[in-house]
Design a protein around this ligand. Structure first.
Ligand SMILES: Cc1cc2nc3c(=O)[nH]c(=O)nc-3n(C[C@H](O)[C@H](O)[C@H](O)COP(=O)(O)OP(=O)(O)OC[C@H]3O[C@@H](n4cnc5c(N)ncnc54)[C@H](O)[C@@H]3O)c2cc1C
Ligand SMILES: O=C([O-])CC(=O)C(=O)O
Length: 322
């Protein structure tokens, strides 16, 4: 969408073997709280988060908010021990970040420190449909197709943008991207209005517009997409110990996704070359556990790289004509 919006001279096609609701992005809890990439400078990660927050905040303040599934949510991140970093890098991007008061901490007898703030939450399946609608409105076409090798696209397209998520492991043979399996539950508990996240990142409760997401798990190198009933019970029990009223939750649905984890998002141009023919590829994958939190910022950078590729292609066509 970012490319279609900022490169009007391009004709954009989206090729994917799966669309919503069958992607990792559909499983995401959709909270805007960044996860740190060890291989990316913090100021860059902060910029990606800020751009994403600003973009979604504007949607949340518009008449589109409900259809796009985006809303503000206030809540607490609680810690059993005081974290090394009391002020995370994103504390001045979210709204009203402050340490929790003693009175608030009384709700969490097993925790001794906490941070209160307001952030954005997205119900991902409606948001993905909203994005698809906007894509189609800008004339972008979408095709179901599994790509076995990027090179197979060179006769049809001038530039390829690789957003394959965990699929990049096979598609471009990137062994640095690996799955971190996550299981979450979606329940009806409309009385839960605040988010609660254990600072260890394992247990969280995120109220959405229609349902509350309960998480979670982080299983490195597991490729299994099958829900595990023992894990469902464990997640539910952990969440009930943070928010006992959840014992009354109804209608548990279980979802599993594979986080496309990598030490840094691969956001770069690579020019493939075979027998003198060149194919510029802009990679944008490896967003791990925090892809939703930085999606617009990384998309903006990918679109900028696409504009660079267009300028280079135009330059070479001009040189060929001369
Ligand atoms: C349980 C869980 C909870 C999460 N919660 C949050 C959260 O609260 N906040 C947050 O910021 N992040 C969260 N995340 C992380 C987030 O979901 C991911 O970082 C993000 O969805 C990755 O998006 P993506 O578009 O790169 O990958 P995907 O959503 O997997 O999209 C990749 C697309 O590429 C297609 N594809 C792949 N290979 C090929 C191929 N060879 N040919 C054609 N098409 C191909 C796939 O079909 C798919 O449509 C969570 C993840 C999980 C699993
Ligand atoms: O950690 C969180 O709060 C939610 C999330 O991003 C994940 O499970 O990957």
């Amino acid at each position: 969408l970012c490319i279609a919006e900022t490169c009007p001279s391009c004709s954009v096609m989206v090729l994917s073997d799966q669309f919503s609701p069958n992607t990792t992005s559909d499983v995401a809890a959709g909270i805007l709280i960044p996860h740190t990439y060890s291989g990316t400078p913090i100021h860059v990660q902060k910029q990606w988060f800020k751009e994403t927050f600003t973009y979604l905040f504007a949607i949340s303040n518009s008449a589109e908010a409900s259809e796009a599934g985006i809303h503000l949510v206030s809540g607490w991140q609680v810690f059993k021990n005081t974290p090394k970093e009391e002020l995370p890098f994103w504390s001045d991007v979210v709204l009203g970040f402050r340490p929790m008061s003693e009175a608030e901490l009384q709700k969490f007898p097993q925790h001794l420190f906490g941070q209160a703030f307001t952030t954005l939450k997205c119900d991902c399946p409606p948001y993905l449909l909203w994005l698809e609608k906007r894509l189609k409105a800008t004339g972008v076409q979408m095709y179901t197709r599994k790509v076995a090798d990027l090179w197979e696209l060179h006769s049809e397209y001038n530039i390829v943008v690789n957003c394959a998520g965990i699929g990049a492991h096979q598609l471009v043979g990137d062994e640095k991207v690996f799955p971190v399996r996550g299981q979450v539950l979606k329940v009806h508990a409309p009385w839960v209005k605040n988010f609660i996240r254990d600072g260890d990142g394992l247990t969280y409760i995120y109220p959405g517009i229609h349902r509350v997401t309960l998480g979670g798990t982080r299983e490195k190198e597991s490729w299994s997409l099958s829900p595990d009933p023992g894990t469902t019970k464990d997640i539910f029990d952990r969440c009930c110990s943070l928010e006992p009223s959840l014992r009354g939750a109804q209608g548990i649905e279980v979802k599993v996704g594979l986080r496309p984890s990598r030490w840094c998002v691969r956001l770069q141009t690579e020019v493939l070359s075979q027998g003198g023919v060149k194919l510029p590829v802009v990679h944008n994958y490896g967003h791990g556990a925090g892809g939703f939190s930085v999606h617009r910022g990384t998309a903006k950078e990918a679109a900028r790289l696409v504009r660079e590729c267009i300028a280079a292609l135009q330059g070479s066509t001009l040189r060929a004509k001369l």
